[in-house]
Design a protein around this ligand. Structure first.
Ligand code: FAD
Length: 381
C-alpha cells in the first residue's frame, strides 16, 4: 500500500493476527448482511485478536501515545473488510476515547476492564423529536426518550448516550452509559432500520424510557461532550472508515476487470488511474490529519486549525469516495453490480454510510476558518 504509515503500523501492532481476522470479516461480509444478530461473530474475532482493547493503556495504540495515524490506518482497514463492522468498531473506539478524556478514575478502571474482557461499546447521539431527557428522582435520574441510528444496538454491551439534564445547578447535554443487558430487548425497534445499505450495522431506534441511572453512570459534566477540538476533529475517524470502503471498491473493481480480461482497454486503464490516484490522495490526507491531530492536541494551540483540517479531510474523503464509486460503476457496468459480485453490496454500503451530519455546514465552517485567519497548513510534518 501507498501511505508512509504502513511500516510504522506493521511494527506497532500484531498485524498478522489482525490481518487474518480482517480477511475473515471480509469473506463473511455478504452472509453477515443477512444475519439477524448482525456482526456478533466479527466482534468476537476482533476481541480475540486484541482490536477491542488496542487503544487502552499499555496496548499498541494506547491513547496516551501519538498514534493517531496508525489508528486511522486500522479504522480504514476494518472499513475495507466490512463497512458495517467498521461503523460499529469506530463507535467503540470513539466511546473509549471519550472515557479516556473525561471519565473519573474509578469509572475509567471499570469500563477499561470491561473493554479488556471483550465488552463492546457504542455511542448514540442522534435523535428525533422524541429525544432523551433526564428527570431527577430520589436516587439518581430517570431516562425519558429514544435515540435513532443506534449502530450495533443488538450487540452493544455499553451504550454511551446523550441527553438533556439539569444537575447540581448546571443544565446541558449530558453523557451517560447504559448497560444494554439491563434494557428489555423489546426496546430495540427492529422495524426502524430498512436502509439502502449498511444493513449489517443494525442501526435501530432504541427507547430508553424508565431506565434508571446513577451518578457513577454519568460521564463528565453537562456540555463536556461538545468540548473542542475533540467534538469536531473526531470526524477524521469515520472518514478513515469511509476511505476503507472506497479502497475495497477499487480493489474489487480491478479484480473484476482482470477476471474479464478487460485491463488492456485504455478507457478502463484511464478509469483505474483515476481511482487509484484518488485513493492515494485520500490516504495522504488521512495520514496528515492524524499527524496534525497528535501534534496540535498535545500543543493545545491550534484548535481551530485542527477542526478546519479535520472538516476538510472529512469532506475531501467524501468527494473521493463518490468519485471512486462513479469510476467503478462505469468500469464494471450492470453485470459487475449484481450478486454474487461483492461490488453490489459495497456500493450500497458506501453510498449510504457517506451521509453524515451537516455536510454543507462543514464546508462553510472550513471556509470561514480561512476567511477569519491568515493561516496556511505547513508541510513540514
Ligand atoms: C450507517 C449509519 C450509521 C450511523 N450510526 C450512528 C450511531 O451509531 N450513532 C449516532 O449518534 N449516529 C449515527 N448515525 C447518524 C449520523 O451521525 C447522522 O446523524 C446522520 O447520518 C445524518 O444524516 P442525514 O443525511 O439524514 O442528515 P441531514 O442533517 O438531514 O442532512 C441531509 C441534507 O440536508 C442538509 N440539511 C441539514 N440541515 C438542513 C436545514 N436545516 N435546512 C436545509 N438543509 C439542511 C444537509 O446539508 C444535507 O445536504 C449513523 C448514520 C449512518 C448513515
Amino acid at each position: 500500500m501507498i501511505t508512509d504509515t504502513t511500516e510504522v503500523f506493521h511494527t506497532a501492532i500484531s498485524k498478522p493476527s489482525i490481518d487474518e481476522v480482517l480477511k475473515r470479516i471480509a469473506e463473511s461480509a455478504a452472509a453477515t448482511e443477512h444475519q439477524p444478530d448482525g456482526p456478533a461473530a466479527e466482534f468476537k474475532w476482533l476481541h480475540e485478536c486484541g482490536a477491542l482493547s488496542i487503544v487502552l493503556p499499555g496496548h499498541e495504540l494506547d491513547f496516551n501515545l501519538p498514534k493517531t495515524p496508525q489508528l486511522l490506518r486500522l479504522l480504514k482497514d476494518v472499513g475495507k473488510a466490512n463497512l458495517a463492522v467498521g461503523r460499529i468498531y469506530e463507535g467503540h473506539i470513539n466511546t473509549l476515547y471519550l472515557i479516556h478524556l473525561y471519565a473519573a478514575q474509578a469509572q475509567r478502571e471499570r469500563w477499561y476492564k470491561e473493554a479488556e474482557a471483550g465488552l463492546l461499546f457504542g455511542i448514540w447521539n442522534t435523535q428525533a423529536a422524541d429525544g432523551i431527557s433526564l428527570e431527577a428522582v430520589d436516587s439518581g435520574f430517570r431516562v425519558h426518550g429514544s435515540k435513532t441510528f443506534c449502530s450495533g444496538a443488538a450487540i452493544i454491551n455499553r451504550a454511551l448516550i446523550s441527553g438533556d439534564i439539569h444537575r447540581d445547578g448546571e443544565k446541558g447535554w449530558q453523557l451517560l452509559v447504559i448497560n444494554m443487558e439491563d434494557l428489555p430487548q423489546d426496546r430495540i425497534d427492529y422495524d426502524s432500520w430498512k436502509p439502502l445499505g449498511m444493513k449489517a450495522s443494525g442501526s435501530y431506534k432504541v427507547n430508553f424510557s424508565d431506565y434508571l441511572i446513577y451518578d457513577e453512570d454519568l460521564l463528565a459534566r453537562p456540555g463536556t461532550y461538545l468540548t473542542q477540538p475533540y467534538f469536531n476533529a473526531g470526524a477524521i475517524r469515520f472518514a478513515a472508515v469511509h476511505l476503507g470502503g472506497a479502497e475495497a471498491i477499487a480493489a474489487h473493481t480491478l479484480s473484476y476487470l482482470k477476471q474479464l480480461k478487460r485491463t488492456d482497454d485504455p478507457f478502463q486503464q484511464m478509469r483505474m488511474y483515476h481511482m487509484m490516484s484518488e485513493l492515494t490522495t485520500g490516504q495522504l490526507w488521512l495520514n496528515r490529519a492524524g499527524k496534525y491531530y497528535d501534534r496540535w492536541v498535545a500543543a493545545g494551540t491550534h484548535d481551530d486549525a485542527l477542526i478546519a483540517f479535520a472538516n476538510m479531510t472529512r469532506t475531501i474523503i467524501e468527494e473521493i469516495c463518490l468519485k471512486i464509486m462513479d469510476e467503478s460503476n462505469r468500469c464494471v457496468g450492470a453485470r459487475g453490480l449484481m450478486e454474487p459480485f461483492e461490488l453490489e453490496r459495497l456500493h450500497r454500503d458506501l453510498t449510504f454510510y457517506l451521509r453524515q451530519p451537516a455536510p454543507d455546514a462543514t464546508r462553510l465552517k472550513a471556509a470561514d476558518f480561512f476567511i477569519q485567519n491568515d493561516f496556511s497548513f505547513d508541510d513540514d510534518i
